[in-house]
Design a protein around this ligand. Structure first.
Ligand code: UDX
Length: 439
């Protein structure tokens, strides 16, 4: 079988490469010639563990190729996947569909023989129908069906999530299209991965509802963490205690500085807009959006409070600026809110991130970027952990105690144990767990 994939970002490149691993012939297309030239030479446009070697393997197998010519990518294709961006519009947060619709129009102009047009990008309800109209208007004789096939890939774990998904969702009214999709996902089909075959609208809502529910779950435990701090309880134990209920589940109950990334913020905002459009307000999600934004800002206050209310001319060491570990992505990262607020309050920021510093430099000014955690911590008045990279989990606490000016840590990811840090002589403030006061 053969497919074309339009867009070589986090979704398109991972999906195309993994489909090639399934034995399918894949041509990925992108308008960005630099990106395509780089991919042809094995240079990845994104950081995703395992992707570089998998791309190299698939190129060598002859099943994966790259082009800037959509017609070439669609030649003899059984399906063409739209995996372009749907960024939030600046004014109202609605998904910007211009890239999706432009791709649909160009696909229509290049259709040759029956083809399934698949939306892999996260798109508002009704997009599949809209694409159908665009294609018919552009090419009235076209033989095609449209199918929604949302991705559920986490950055940093995208290949695993594609190869071992909890389910595959296929939204189409056409049995012919559904059969082609089953064939494309045949290796998963054989492994009895659940396949949800439904209508396009239902599939499109599944994607938004899934992400919005996960964002809600995180925001829920973050607010419970506030209660735990006030009441002297331990949010990690609360998470464990409720997570053992099979109806709740233990995942996505780690309290932190608020969610970020290119999906939860975008998809929750878009869902509130979709709710307004269909006169079915998503009140809970509107609250989640607001609470999460407030939380990121409140994290800066937490650092300032830890410095007795004044960070002017203080040296603050920041560990982690990516929105989560194992990615270079800083989009909507809490660090992009926390650092400027601390700088506004007069602090000098020394920051380290294992991978994301180059991306972060595009968004943050006047930050001293350091080679490692210890360089950032040297002479620091306070050390702040924002992202839970593995290399921050095993810091030499004694060494930190020697090189820091003040032994004070704000751990926004609960990496360390309060008792251990107290014994090491640190004032240690974390999330949803009582500070261990002096005996
Ligand atoms: C998410 C969804 O998980 C994925 O299924 C979807 O396809 C894309 O969006 P991603 O945004 O890559 O994936 O990262 P994820 O691991 O979900 O984390 C999102 C944010 O939530 C991060 O900022 C993370 O730090 C935060 N988070 C996650 C928490 O604060 N607590 C948790 O328990 C889990």
């Amino acid at each position: 079988m053969r497919i074309g994939v339009v867009g070589t970002g986090y979704v398109g490149l991972v999906s195309g490469t993994c489909f090639a691993e399934f034995g399918i012939n894949v041509t990925c297309v992108d308008k960005d010639t630099n990106k395509i030239d780089g991919l042809k030479r094995g240079i990845m446009p994104i950081y995703e563990p395992g992707l570089e070697s998998l791309v190299e393997k698939q190129i060598k197998s002859g099943r994966l190729s790259f082009t800037t010519d959509l017609g070439e990518a669609m030649k003899d294709a059984d399906a063409v996947f739209i995996a372009v961006g749907t960024p939030p519009k600046i004014d109202d947060g609605q998904a910007d569909m211009s890239y999706v619709y432009a791709a649909a129009k160009e696909i229509a102009q290049n259709l040759d023989g029956y083809t399934v047009i698949v939306t892999k990008s996260t798109v508002p309800v009704g997009t599949a129908r809209e694409i159908e109209k665009i294609v018919k208007a552009t090419n009235p004789d076209a033989k095609f069906d449209v199918c929604s096939n949302p991705e559920f890939l986490r950055e940093g774990a995208a290949i695993n999530d594609f190869m071992r998904p909890d389910r595959v969702v296929i939204g189409t009214d056409s049995e012919r299209a559904a059969e082609i999709m089953r064939q494309l996902y045949r290796p998963l089909y054989i492994n009895e991965t659940p396949m949800v075959v439904t209508t396009p609208e239902t599939s499109e809502i599944i994607k938004y509802a899934g992400n919005a529910f996960l964002a809600t779950k995180i925001t829920f435990i973050n607010e419970i963490a506030n209660l735990c701090e006030a009441a002297g309880a331990d949010v990690q134990q609360v998470a464990k205690g409720i997570g053992l209920d099979g109806r709740i589940g233990s995942k996505f109950l780690h309290a932190g500085p608020g969610y970020g990334g290119s999906c939860f913020p975008k998809d929750t905002m878009a869902l509130t807009q979709i709710g307004q459009k269909y006169r079915a307000p998503q009140n809970i999600i509107e609250t989640v959006v607001w609470v999460n934004a407030e939380r990121q800002r409140s994290m800066a206050e937490r650092v300032i409070d830890a410095c007795d209310g004044n960070v002017k001319d203080k040296k603050i060491a920041i560990l982690g600026v990516s929105f989560k570990p194992n990615t270079d992505d800083v989009r909507e990262s809490p660090a992009l809110v926390i650092i400027p607020l601390l700088q506004e309050a007069g602090a000098n920021i020394y920051a380290h991130d294992p991978i994301a510093m180059n991306e972060a430099k595009k968004h943050l000014d006047d930050v001293h970027w350091t080679q490692d955690a210890y360089e950032a911590a040297t002479d620091a008045d306070i050390l702040v952990i924002i992202t839970e990279w593995n290399e921050f989990r095993g810091l030499d606490i004694d060494r930190l105690g020697k090189i820091m000016k003040e032994k004070c840590i704000v751990d926004m990811r609960n990496i360390y144990k309060p008792k251990i840090m107290k014994q090491a002589g640190f004032r240690y403030i974390s999330i949803g767990r009582p500070e261990v006061k002096s005996d």
